[in-house]
Each structure stands twice: as structure tokens, then as C-alpha cells.
Design a protein around this ligand. Sequence first.
Ligand code: NAP
Length: 309
Amino acid sequence: MENVVIIGTGCAGLTAAIYTARANLAPLVLTGLMPGGLLTTTSIVENYPGFPEGIDGFELMTRMQQQAEKFGARVKFATVESVDLKNQTIRLTVDGELVETKTLIIASGAGHKHLEVPGEDILEKKGVTYCATCDGALPMFRNQPLVVVGGGDSACEEAMYLTRFASTVYLVHRRDALRASRIMAERTLANPKIQPVWDSAVAEVLDATAGKVTGVRIKNLKTGTESLLPCAGLFVAIGHHPNTQLFQGVLHLDENGYVERVRGSETTIPGVFVAGDCSDHVYRQAITAAGMGCAAAIDAERYLAGLSH
Ligand code: NAP
């Protein structure tokens, strides 16, 4: 029987792992399919305290994992297939095997939202991508016009990163103002390689029959007119959805699928705690996820102490 199982190895999961490991609880930490979480797909993280020069997202997550392991966390590359929260002993099926635990910290994070337009799915990895830092340097994107969709910090970051490789980066946004933080928006709009395409949506990704991206059909949302924008790549950066499918019907989720917290990091089930982007659609920062991971670890530790009295 485990004391603590943590689902997820993003900032929330690994911070929970550091705290529960330092409390001698030897947490079992399950990575899921994306060890390190979304931050591993970012380039430089400039707003995590303690790194005035910024730190590479992958490096930050690697260091967090090392820190957790140093204190006795067991990080396992594994996926949770199902959860049974009906009894005091929490039961998980992990890659076909039963794992029993007294407490569970859910830090399963969030995934990229899709545009859901024709051509998008079929051309994924053939020019359609959700991560500029992962794919931007590929030869097929070099010196080519590229399209980024979105108006938040992610879209700005992706667009700026892609200016290293692209001939031009078109930033297609459905409104006429960016949602991104002021510093990011100003930097983006000042970049001569970035051309905003306002009030517009991507209606279709071309060319599914050619098996690669050759352009996008753009619709101006104010006039209704459509035009063709030739490009070699489409980078979708329109936000995220929580990775909580596993908990549907098992835990209380809000209408967008985020795990509801009842007090601190507590969920509706005793012994089950939650942290990070799977429960937070407001802040969604590395540092807030880390803070929530810390809180969940402390709550789990206190719950365990209560069980033994
Ligand atoms: P976001 O802030 O939710 O922005 C999503 C953008 O995509 C919005 O501009 C939205 O348009 C647009 N959008 C949403 N659904 C769309 C659809 N179906 N079709 C077309 N456009 C759509 O998401 P994010 O940029 O991923 O940022 C998430 C959080 O992470 C934020 O808190 C952000 O500050 C943070 N973040 C920070 C950094 C950094 O500080 N370095 C980097 C990345 C992310 P509307 O504006 O019209 O709603």
C-alpha cells in the first residue's frame, strides 16, 4: 500500500513530490505520456522566481525531478488507466497493474486545444503542430511563411520563436487585440517578421490530398470574406483543456472539465487532492502550479497523520 501516489510530473506534481518525499512518504510519481508536462515544450521561462537570466523549460523540469528523487520520490514512466475512489483505499490501474494508496494527488495538467477545422487532424505532424519549440526548427519550416493561431501569451511566444526560422510569421487572431500580457504583446507586434492578421479565423488547413500543409483558408470574421494564405506550417496556440477524462463520473468536475476543489487542495473525495492546471483555469503559471503542488502535499501529509491517530 502506497502512502501517496502523484499523477503528473509537471510543476504541480513534482513540487508535491519534493514535499511529500521530504516528509518521508516515499511518493510514487506517475509521469503519464508527457514527463515534465507542458513546460518541457516551452523555450525560456522568464518568470519563474530565482532565475534572473531565465531557464529552459526542459531543464527546469529535469531539475525538479532530480530534487524530488534526491529525497526519495519514485518517478515511474507509466499511465493511469482507471481509478476507483469508492472506498477508503484508493485503487488505480497503472499500465495493467493494481496500485493501492492511502492518498492521491492529481496533477495531470492540461493539453493543447485543437481548432477542429477540416484538414487539422489529418495534417497533424505534417505541418500542423501545437508546439513551436518542439517542431519549429524542422527543415520543412525553414525560410517558409508560417501561421500561428491565437492571441495569448502562448501564441506570442510561439510566433517570436518561429521568427528564427520562418520567412514571415502570420499571427492569426479572432479579435483585433491580443490577450497576451503587455510585455509579450508589445514585443510581438514590434517584431518586423511578425504580421498580425486581425479579426480572422482559420477555416481550413490545406492540402489534405497532398499530405502536407501548403496554406490555410482564412475567414475574416467581420466581413465574412475568405482568402488563401500560403504557408508551410500551422502552429495552433489557442489554449488548453484539462487532462481529467479519467475522473469523469468519479470526481466532481466543473462544466469545462476542471477538478473542483472544496477546501484548499481537497476534492470531494477524502484522501484525494488536486494541484495545477487540471484544477486551475485562472492563473495557469509554473509558479502557481508549484504552489498548488506544495499545498496538496501538505494537505495529504496532514490527512495521513489524521489516519494514524
Ligand atoms: P489563453 O491565454 O487562454 O489564450 C488563448 C488564445 O487563443 C486567446 O487569444 C483566444 O482568443 C484564442 N482562442 C481560443 N479558442 C480559440 C479558437 N477556437 N479559435 C481561435 N482562437 C481561439 O491561452 P495561452 O496563450 O495558452 O496562455 C495560457 C496561460 O499560460 C495564460 O495564463 C498565460 O499567461 C500563460 N502563459 C504564460 C507565458 C509566459 O509568461 N511566458 C507563456 C505562455 C503561456 P480570445 O483572446 O478572443 O479569447
